[in-house]
Design a protein around this ligand. Structure first.
Ligand code: NI
Length: 265
């Protein structure tokens, strides 16, 4: 018997042992693939054997709401942060609602933790001047200095630069718009909550006047407004609204440096 004949005999006996005649190779056959093993399972096993356990993966971030499709509305809270701001944040969190906080630089500096909480929970931090001066009384250059000082402090606290501002009292003019050089957000629904310190009145005014794309003016420094927030949220959620930040209301498009009143004007 020469080598060639020995090899042929060995192959024949292997085929008989394996009970299959389709493979003439001498190499041991691969382990049968489990029909239930997915590619991901296989890769995970491979990585565990070769690298170790994978770090736990954070769930993917939900896509931002599309306000070209959804019935979006933007709640805005001015003049804080105040003693009730945490309660407003609790109510927003419990309903998955987002809002925008037009804060004062002076109060933000004194209450940095609640500012960081706003940002951590997905709300938008926005500029409402340093200490609520009427920007017209400061003049164009003074207004710019006031607003930019506030931007700097808000960035120092949160790591985020505000993209929009709101002039106190809605008081502004073309020269101030040009010198401040930020989009100025006014509003389209105003329950005058600074005057009507009545939670039911404030909630009903907002619910009865809200339309798609509105920007709602509220003040989280008033206890009556803080108490109205759950009814506002629940009332508008039941009408199919999605509560979004200002940036989301405009689908994160850069806004022109001018006055803005709602999603549509
Ligand atoms: Ni104000």
């Amino acid at each position: 018997m020469n080598i060639r004949m020995l090899a042929a005999a060995a192959t024949a006996s292997m085929m008989m042992l394996a009970g299959c005649g389709s493979d003439s190779s001498l190499a041991s056959p691969p382990p049968p693939a489990s029909p239930s093993a997915t590619f991901d399972d296989t890769m995970e096993t491979f990585i565990k054997m070769n690298v170790g356990d994978l770090p736990p993966q954070a769930p993917p971030a939900p896509p931002p709401p599309d306000c070209n499709v959804l019935r979006c509305i933007a709640l805005t809270f001015d003049d804080g942060p105040g003693g009730g701001t945490g309660q407003v944040l609790d109510n927003l969190r419990d309903r998955g609602a987002k809002a925008t906080f037009f804060v004062l630089g002076e109060l933000a500096e004194a209450n940095p933790d609640v500012i960081r909480r706003m940002v951590a929970e997905g709300h938008q931090l926005a500029n409402h001047s340093w200490d609520h001066d009427n920007l017209r009384s400061l003049g164009a250059a003074g207004a710019a200095e006031d607003v930019h000082r506030t931007n700097g402090v808000l960035h120092d606290i949160s790591g985020v630069w505000p993209t929009v501002m709101r002039p106190p009292y809605g008081s502004t003019n073309d020269a101030i718009v040009a010198s401040v050089n930020m989009p100025q957000m006014i509003w389209s629904v105003d329950p005058q909550d600074w005057k009507f310190r009545d939670s039911n009145y404030v909630a009903n005014h907002v619910i009865n006047n809200a339309t798609r794309g509105d920007i709602i003016l509220l003040h989280d420094i008033h206890g009556s407004t803080v108490s109205a927030v759950p009814a506002i949220l629940d009332g508008l959620l039941s009408q199919g609204y999605t509560f979004v930040t200002i940036d989301q209301l405009y689908n994160y498009q850069p806004l022109e440096v001018r006055l803005h009143y709602s999603q549509y004007r």
